[in-house]
Structures are given as C-alpha cells and as structure tokens.
Design a protein around this ligand. Structure first.
Ligand code: ZN
Length: 468
C-alpha cells in the first residue's frame, strides 16, 4: 500500500504515526444508537435531490422497460452503473423472462355513429387478423351478466366500475377467457382505475388453459366504456372493429440487480429492500415502479454512508419481470433459498405521502400467523416514531409486495410494504401518463427517509420471533 512513497516520506509518515499513537489506549466511542442513526438517515434523505435526480435519469435516459425489451436492458445497466458509482459492487443475477411485444392497435365504433376510440392492448394478448375483427358488441357489467346475454360471435365490452384494485383487476386478468368460453370473438375491458382523463390502462391478462380460443383483448377508457353502455341502454345496436398487433416471442435473458451493505454482526441475516425495475411499455414507469426503485437504492446508499454499519446485511434488489410474469421475485427466492432472509420491504405503489408500512407475517395457518404478527407488531411499533418524516406512522396488517412475496410466504421473511396515499397513483397506473412530472419531490424525499430508516431498524433489532 505504501509502495511508491520515497524513503523520506515513509520515514516522516512512520514518525507521524508513532506520535499519533496515545500512550494509554482510549476506549472506542460507543456505537451510535438506533435513534442517532435514524436521525442521520432522515436528515440526509431530506436534504437535496439525489433521489429525484436518479429517478429523472431513469425516466428520461432509460424510459419505459417491459422485461425482454431493450429498455429493460438499459435499466439493468443503469442500476449496475449507479451502485458501482457508489462503491457497492452490485451483481446482475440472470433470470429468463417472457417477451411480449406490442404492435399498433385501433378501435372503431360504427354504430350509431362512426368514431375512433382510444385503445391499449393488454399484456399477453394475441393479435387480431391483419384486417381486424368487425363484430356486434355487447356491454356487460359483471361476469354474472355474461350468462344472461348472447355473446356468441360478438365483442364483449366489460364496463365494470372500480371498487378495489384486487377485485376489479379480475376483469382485466380473465375477462378474455370468460368471454371466449361463451363464444365471444374479442374482449374489451374498462380500464382499472377509479378516475380517468380518457387514458386507457394496460396490464397483464392470462388465457385459461381450457379456453376454447385465445381471443384478442384490450383496454378502453372509462369514458368510452360508460358511453358504449349508455348507447346500448338507449337501444342502439353496437358494432365495433378491433385491430391490434401483438406477439409473444421466446423467453429472453434479463436480470435482477442486487447490491448490499454487509452486516457488522449478523452478515448472514438479510434485510431486503425491494422494488421492480421493469415497467409496462407505456409512459416512463415513473410511479410504477421507478419511484420504488429509487427509494430502495437511496435507502441502501444512505445506509452505506453511515459510520457504523447495521448488524444485519441490508440488500437492495431491483427485481425484473414483476409486471408480466413475476420471474424476478420467484427466481430470486429460489436462487437465494439457502440464505436467511430476516425481513423484506417493498415499495411498489407510487410516490405519494406515506403513512408507514403494511405488515405481512406468515407462519403456518391463520392463527399462527396472527399470533406471530402481534409479536412483531409489539416489538416494532415502538420504533415507528423514528420515521420522523411521517406524522403518525402506522404498522397495519396487509400485503408486502409481489416481488418479495415468495420470501415472505416460503422463507419466513417478515414482510413490509410501504403504505402510501394512492390518490394520484391509480389514475395513471399502467398508462402513457405515468411520467416523472406527476411525482412530488418532497413526497419522494419523505418516502426515501421512511424506507431507509425502516430498513435500518429491521437490520438492527432483536428477532421478535426468536424463541426466548
Ligand atoms: Zn408495480
């Protein structure tokens, strides 16, 4: 290390080191408390625009990034490059992903007036014949209604208002299969959102194994779904032409980007801070889930910058292929099954104001999970005031995240999902409007602070479920 220093400099250095050595060894300063470290992390997270600049770089120089696309390859390189810049020695862990490619699409209404409607193919759909499918259309408002009307040879239009995402998304996921079982030739789905500004929302759909025919399917806007229903109710026969190109190609290599700060006492126990790096092939994937990735990356960067490292290893994982396959989350859990994952946090619901975390603790049956959940709550809730960027942070039972789900369900990790106000999230989710300008830099800073502090707390605390 000192090679290359001239002899005189070496001598001077030796003398200086000798003089600097105290006669009596002093006790090392006490390690900072969780409170002190949390205050340092919060202070740094709330200062400057490092997270925002990172997200702008992702949105504007990488762009949207469906897995298997050139955009996703750029995103992996972007994640690797930033972790390397911060001295964190990242790994790109290869995962094979499905590849679905969108082509042009159009939708025309012929009766009672001729007009074109905004349309966005759902991920996984087959194409129409090149000339499109022209057929009568029938609007329904539930799966039950499918059995009360004749949809044979017709285009089914699902006009189903948003209740919760989990409930309403069923129509996007299996609407085409249910329609095909009853002889329909195509399915159009009202976008899964509580409010709309004439923007169609894409998302994943699946064909059931026993489906008689894989029929093309696409999202239409809330406004057009309502208008088509109203037109039908007024007694006008509906006729539509749907034309869309899409292609499923062979699986291709992608990667999870993984970087970590080794634990000082329990390096083999891991706290994952996760997000998904892929996005839909529209907009910029700013809220879904670019913001979550910036939170995970910034949390790790801030923790790496502390003078004293946390007891456990903190590992950021930017998962691939959440949107249309979940191969990143499943593949990570399989590849790292021999490691002990103490906890896993995910941020995947935008960048609104946060109010703490949803807590997902799974231990055998429901009663055992509830008992374990209570013990985790009792042990961790006293640390909630450390989330100083949030007033009244809470820890409520709920889901953690799609990507960390396998770690929580199969490997016993304590799961946490960043809980956010989603008012601004669902209206732009999976649309061309998911762009950086919708994100408030102050909220993003608060969310980063919350993620960093909670990851640090989890890396530091005693195991709430350890047998006494
Ligand atoms: Zn997402």
């Amino acid at each position: 290390m000192l090679r290359g220093l001239p002899g005189t400099a070496m001598l001077a250095l030796s003398v200086a080191l000798l003089l600097a050595t105290p006669a009596v060894a002093k006790k090392p300063p006490p390690a900072p408390t969780i409170e002190e470290q949390a205050a340092t992390l919060t202070g740094r997270a709330l200062t400057g625009d490092h997270g925002w600049d990172l997200l702008a770089e992702l949105c504007d120089t990488v762009g949207h990034r469906l897995s298997g696309s050139a955009g996703m390859e750029r995103a992996v390189a972007w994640g690797m490059r930033n972790f390397e810049l911060w001295g964190l020695e990242p790994r790109a862990e290869e995962i094979m992903v499905p590849v679905w490619v969108r082509g042009p699409a159009s939708l025309t209404q012929h009766t009672p007036i001729e007009r074109s409607l905004a349309v966005l193919a759902l991920g996984g759909t087959v194409a129409t014949p090149p000339a499109g499918i022209r057929a009568p259309a029938v609007v329904v408002h539930s799966f039950d209604e499918l059995d009360q009307v004749d949809v044979d040879g017709k285009i089914v239009v699902y006009d189903v208002p948003f209740t919760t995402y989990g409930e309403t998304v069923q129509y996007r996921g299996r609407g085409a299969s249910e329609a095909s079982h009853r002889g329909a030739v195509a399915a159009l789905v009202r976008s899964v959102t509580p409010t709309s500004l004439s923007t169609p929302h894409t998302g994943m759909m699946w064909y059931a194994d026993d489906v008689p025919a894989q029929i093309p399917t696409a999202a239409i806007t809330v406004e057009d779904a309502i208008a088509l229903g109203r037109t039908q109710d007024a007694g006008h026969p509906l006729e539509l032409t749907l034309q869309l190109q899409a292609e499923t190609r062979p699986d291709a290599p992608s990667a999870n980007v993984v970087a970590e700060v080794r634990g000082r006492e329990l390096p083999d126990e891991i706290v994952v801070v996760g997000c998904h790096l892929d996005s839909w092939d529209v907009g910029q994937g700013a809220q879904d889930d670019g913001a979550g990735c910036v939170m995970a990356m910034e949390a790790l960067r801030l923790i790496a910058g502390l003078d004293v490292q946390p007891r456990r290893t903190v590992r950021a994982v930017l998962f691939t292929n959440e949107e249309n396959g979940l191969r990143g989350g499943k593949g990570y859990a399989e590849a790292h099954a021999s490691e002990r994952h103490f906890a896993a946090i995910e941020a995947d619901i935008g960048a609104g104001p946060n109010f703490g975390f949803r807590m997902d603790v799974q231990r055998g049956d429901e009663a055992a999970s509830a008992a374990a959940s209570q013990r985790v709550y009792d042990a961790l809730s006293p640390h909630l005031p450390l989330l100083a960027s949030v007033s009244g942070a809470t820890l409520e039972p709920g889901g953690s995240g799609a990507d960390v789900g396998p770690l929580v369900r199969e490997h016993g990790a304590l799961g946490f999902g960043l809980a956010l106000d989603t008012t601004g999230y669902w209206p732009i989710h999976h649309t061309e409007a998911d762009t950086l300008d919708k994100i408030d830099p102050a909220n993003l800073r608060d969310d980063i602070a919350t993620m960093a502090v909670w990851a640090y707390v989890l890396a530091e605390v005693a195991d709430p479920l350890a047998t006494p």
